[in-house]
Design a protein around this ligand. Sequence first.
Ligand code: F2R
Ligand code: MG
Ligand code: MG
Length: 316
Amino acid sequence: MKSNMAHSISIQSRFRGCLLGLAVGDGLGGRFEGMDRHWIAKRYRTPQQLIENPPTTTLSYTDDTQMMIGVAEALYEDKEIIEKTLCQKFVVNYVPSRGYGRGARRVIEAMEDNKDYHAVACSYFPGGSYGNGAAMRVAPVGLFFLNNLESVSSQAYLSALPTHTHQQGIEGAQILAVAIAIACSMNEWNKSLFYDKLIPHCQSPEFNKQIEKARRITCVEDLIMLGNAITAIESVPTAIASFSLNPHSFTKAVGHVILIGGDTDTIAAMTGALSGAFLGIDAIPQNLLKSIENEGKGRDYIDGLAKNLADMYQST
Ligand code: F2R
Ligand code: MG
Ligand code: MG
């Protein structure tokens, strides 16, 4: 698709593209989580090389997709974020081997044991978690409330709170959800408009600075300047920047963030969600889409959730 070319992509295609784009980014990026970018760059010189020759035939997803499924299920049940339902979904879907953050594990285990999980969320890390776990799972909120960015932000806040009580952990989720809502409602790419709508939703000077920096970046070589870490402040802006540098290519947007190493599953999941919300399901390379694990709550289940949320969004 050429730059700025108008495109008409259905809501259902965008919802499916967003949730399955997240799963693809997570599954592919998960093979490289924690790796050094120089090591990755020796093996894959371009995003195309990586996407055409993934290191595995099955893309098994990690905690990012697992928890996103919980958020989508909770929204589908209640049409808004209700903490009790959300926590039940996190517990029912909890599979520790999916690679959860250590704080998140303690909080979910407290939920499971009917203990005071709020106390754990507030105290496991001093000041609460500033990890990117609330942002990595927030995509369904950005989709479902896309018509009202204030609602996106307030619902994203509620979706973060059970596990993330640090301002940056919460704000990362709010900003990513708003970015997804904007991407999902754009019919043609307009970088100025995208950032003009997004930046007022930054609350802290730290996030404001990072998102302004994301706006100014003009080449993928500079993405690393925004960070590739497990913290919200050093991962959410990176995903947003890679999407806005490569708005017309899922392969480039997602591939480039994997090539910079670090928290690759999560940054690729967030980038895949943004790219899929803008470009729709058909932009995701078929070989990757087909490779997502499909047992239980796998590809078809996620696709069904996306379709159900789209139908519910359109009927309300
Ligand atoms: N946890 C991982 N990857 C680590 C390797 C997993 C390995 N494969 C395994 O087998 O275990 N990935 C997942 O975690 C990230 C999302 O984390 P979330 O949900 O935010 O969890 P948590 O524990 O709250 O925060 C993550 C880490 O951030 C640091 N941190 C957060 N707040 C902090 C604070 N206030 N002070 C100090 N450190 C803080 C800690 O290191 C936390 O463990 C995603 O990458 C997901 O893929
Ligand atoms: Mg993960
Ligand atoms: Mg991760």
